[in-house]
Design a protein. Structure first.
Length: 202
């Protein structure tokens, strides 16, 4: 099965051929959560390249979904809806960036997911396995911890709150490419670009 057991999904960002800081932070917290629920991490990128894909794997991704022929947020939302019929995520994380804030509510509606915005802490409840989502409230110095009732738990995280993983150049992962514009009705695998196999340190 494609992206098997990838139950923690993140939506990364890059600009001018460079992975954004929030993407490293997303992978950092995603890896910690995935370890606790015995899951793998999947990152979705728009029009990425080989260097960025490899970097995502080195910083914690098990699967990199590179979306080509991107036309709009709506086309991406449709793609993700088809993807989640293959392997449904438990946790979906976006950055509280301009792009992430535009994407997250659309995804939440499509996936019937609860959404907590601008979270500053994420933990897995030891008793229930559910995601504890802590975010500021409108009252000064007060914070709320939210537990979603929906199957898919979705959050956006504030930048510069979570730390990236340490780089691991020996980590293995898989890069998969989809064309968003061709996914109006059926999800069709375009190609597996390559698999990055684990290497022994010198």
């Amino acid at each position: 099965m494609l992206f098997e057991n990838a139950r923690v999904w993140v939506f990364g960002e890059h600009s001018n051929g460079v992975l954004s800081a929030i993407s490293y932070q997303l992978l950092g917290i995603a890896s910690k959560l995935a370890k606790k629920i015995k899951s793998k991490v999947l990152i979705v990128l728009i029009e990425s390249n080989e260097t960025i894909n490899q970097e995502c794997i080195s910083y914690g991704a098990d699967y990199v979904i590179n979306v080509s022929s991107y036309t709009s947020i709506e086309s991406l939302v449709e793609l993700v809806d088809k993807m989640h019929s293959i392997e449904e995520p438990d946790i979906v994380i976006c950055g509280s960036t301009e792009w992430g804030i535009n994407l997250a509510p659309r995804l939440a509606i499509k996936l019937c997911a609860g959404l907590s915005a601008h979270c500053i802490d994420l933990e897995i409840c030891s008793e229930t396995g559910r995601l504890l989502q802590t975010r500021p409230t409108s009252i000064n110095n007060l914070f709320a911890t939210i537990i979603s009732s929906s199957k898919i738990q979705m959050v956006t995280i504030k930048p510069n709150i979570f730390s990236p993983n340490n780089i691991n150049n020996y980590k293995k992962g898989q890069v998969i490419e989809y064309q968003a514009s061709k996914l109006k009705s059926d999800l069709t695998l375009q190609k597996i670009i390559h698999c990055i196999e684990e290497k022994d340190p010198d």
